[in-house]
Design a protein around this ligand. Structure first.
Ligand code: NI
Ligand code: MN
Length: 230
């Protein structure tokens, strides 16, 4: 699996067999992302909630790339999808698509569409390509089910918001790492806007002092790859 940070909470996940999933495609209005929406051709597009910094360019990308759009059913039901193929599911549900298995997880956060429509519950995802498992927490506060539900899955990577203000900040994110026990944590949802300014190096220091995980700070456009020998 290859994980590319596109800035903010947007990640491209390329599975071991080459299938591509794109999460929270906030591209054209994302000051951290130098790419254009037209540069993305995912097989699967996942959105965690309706806020514009997550839904982003999802509809335009799904249309242009013929992607399958998956996300909370109450969100997808309020979008004008036209010919876009979609999978609306809900927290606790599992979908299988190409090489990916995707579990929708709880997130403690709001969700409404840019036009003000209600969009159901916000979520996170656990995504596996059969070899590597990554947890994208979405926008969320720290919550106890990270310890009791999500930590049941052996996580190679956890992508956690650290910006504070709209989500948990670095202190709570360190507790999340302690509970989730991923091999590697990658911080997200910080420094995009002044309200979510954080020093990721301080977070990295705290993670590596207080947990067994390694913290990997990716600059927008950077990737990490995990290969498993057969
Ligand atoms: Ni949000
Ligand atoms: Mn957000």
């Amino acid at each position: 699996m290859k994980i590319t940070f596109e800035g903010h909470s947007c990640f491209t996940i390329t599975g071991a067999k080459g299938s591509v999933a794109l999460i929270d495609p906030f591209i054209s209005d994302n000051p951290q992302c130098k790419k254009e929406a037209a540069d993305f051709h995912p097989d699967l597009l996942l959105v965690t909630h309706g806020h514009s910094d997550h839904l982003g360019d999802a509809l335009a990308i799904a249309r242009q790339a013929d992607s399958v759009l998956a996300g909370p059913v109450d969100l997808l039901d309020n979008l004008t999808l036209g010919k876009i193929s979609s999978i609306g599911f809900n927290i606790g549900g599992v979908i299988r698509f190409l090489e990916f298995t995707v579990i929708m997880t709880q997130a403690i956060h709001g969700s409404r569409l840019p036009d003000g429509k209600y969009a159901g519950l916000a979520c996170g995802y656990i995504i596996s390509d059969g070899q590597t498992t990554v947890y994208h927490a979405g926008d969320t506060a720290l919550f106890g089910d990270m310890q009791t539900v999500i930590s049941r899955y052996p996580l190679d990577f956890a992508l956690l918001p650290i910006g504070g203000y709209y989500t948990m900040g670095p202190e709570d994110a360190v507790t999340a790492v302690h509970w989730l026990q991923p091999k590697t944590v990658i911080p997200m949802h910080y420094n995009t806007f002044p309200a979510i300014s954080q020093d990721p190096e301080l977070f990295k220091g705290a993670v590596e002092d207080r947990t067994e995980a390694r913290c990997l700070i990716l600059a927008p456009g950077e990737s990490v790859e995990r290969t498993v020998n057969p």
